[in-house]
Design a protein around this ligand. Structure first.
Ligand code: MN
Length: 192
């Protein structure tokens, strides 16, 4: 199965600094990683990516994540990205897909909110993804605690693949605007 075919189809790697991407089978005991990239393309958005099955499952969140459990943020599921994309910061040149600046806004590890056991975790996440209901625990620098990614049922072909990202009640829930922290966790850069 070529999980990255859509990713590759959209890009010309001789014209963009983004990674061309290989699917890497990783040790099944290693914690899974997540990244949130802030991306100033034609419209500013946040790309929320979860490592699973050797790729980064990806959602574009126009308004970015919120720590407030009463706030539901639209998260459009997009194509799988290669694992090394989580390191990517830089400029996608004009004329390329997603042209614009990218910084790594947050990163860390994550697991299913139901279990931290490495094998059970992967099973729970895969079935959650299939069911359109991912209950996860993020251990990032900005995003911490329990979040729910919930697929909105409906006509995918017309509306894309919309999900909602919702913070769940825990000690990290807050009314603070987490997107006000604008620096990269990798380079301390901000978007121009
Ligand atoms: Mn993007």
């Amino acid at each position: 199965m070529t999980l990255l075919s859509e990713y590759k189809k959209k890009r010309k790697f001789e014209r963009t600094p983004e990674p061309s991407g290989k699917i890497k089978r990783s040790a099944s005991e290693r914690p899974l990683m997540f990244v949130v990239q802030k991306h100033r393309a034609s419209r500013l958005h946040y790309d929320f990516r979860l490592e699973l099955d050797g790729v980064l499952k990806s959602w574009a969140i126009p308004k970015g994540p919120s720590l407030d459990p009463s706030v539901k943020r639209l998260a459009m599921m997009t194509e799988d990205h290669p694992l090394e994309y989580r390191m990517f910061e830089g400029t996608i040149p004009k004329g390329n897909y997603g042209a614009g600046e990218v910084i790594v806004w947050d990163d860390g590890v994550y697991h299913s909110a139901e279990t931290a056991d490495p094998k059970e975790n992967r099973k729970k996440l895969k079935s959650g993804l299939m069911r359109g209901h991912l209950d996860i625990l993020l251990l990032g620098k900005k995003l911490k605690g329990r979040f729910l990614l919930h697929k909105i049922k409906g006509d995918e072909s017309e509306r894309g693949n919309p999900w909602l990202l919702i913070k769940q009640e825990d000690e990290y829930a807050s009314g603070a605007e987490v997107v006000d922290d604008i620096t990269s966790v990798r380079s301390r850069r901000t978007l121009p």
